[in-house]
Design a protein around this ligand. Sequence first.
Ligand code: CP
Ligand code: NVA
Length: 332
Amino acid sequence: MTSLTGRSFLKEFDFTPAEWRSLLDLAAQLKDERRRGVEQQRLVGRTIALIFEKSSSRTRSSFEVAAFHQGAHTTYFDPSGSHIRGKESIVDTALLFGRMFDAIEYRGFGQDTVEDLAKYSGVPVWNGLTDEWHPTQTLADQLTILERVGKPLNQVSIAYLGDARNNVGNSVLAGGALMGMDVRMVAPKALHNTDEVVAQARGVAEQTGARITLTDNVAEGVAGADVIYTDVWVSMGEPEEVWAERIALLRPYQVNAALMTATGNPDAIALHCLPAYHDRNTTVGEKVFQLTGMDALEITDEVFQAQREVIFDQAENRMHTIKAVMVATLGA
Ligand code: CP
Ligand code: NVA
């Protein structure tokens, strides 16, 4: 067992493969203990700050529910209800919260903010999504793959389709590299991960045996894949004006029935971090339909419904894996 006590959880590349694996193992153990009704509380009396500068349904729920299961208390700071940034800098907030709380979760914009919180607070800080990384998502994705694909991760091939340079795209690549996976980033060249992220992933892959492919060719990218992964084409914090360009670029990368067939693998699963634009039942989905006639964006409703159980397992696994991060870094 690798001790992560007192550590922050900021991005995948901060961890060794063994450390990362220990978090997946702990998450599976905690999930099993909960199912069997024998969960032990390892965070009794702990206080946790949850800072959200962007919206959330899954991540917030996961931190709050997992903390409750484990006996900890959370205080939620929404994007407007505190002095954070407005009257008080991130560094001063970190100094304050380090005195009040035993750990801090942060969701927001630049990775530098979560790094500064960790540097100045003196307590474990957990990244609940930044512009650059979404590492708690990666743990949930990989736990779902272990459960659903039934092969060790280093025998699994995963193809990510969409805006590969976004937080989830970077995290799929980094997490796949750590676990020795066959990772294909399938996107138009303009949306590939930065050279820096790719270089880091290739460096990790040299130790883990991961295969890293960047391609703009859908057929080549998805051939033989066990897992097809997609995410929204425009991320939180991006201006509305980018929608038109992004739709034009990414339309050929939509996860639809033909793309699933193109894997040549009838058992291939589809993952989505959610929320997803798979129908017109959202304000953005309807607006895009009115403008383009597309009734789904990154994933069709047909594929979404066919994969619904898998995708909502993935969502549930956010809670079990976030609990593992909290217990490993803060637990008694
Ligand atoms: N996948 C994810 O992070 O979802 P939320 O934005 O709802 O937290
Ligand atoms: N890339 C998406 C992920 C949402 C969980 C975003 O940042 O909006």
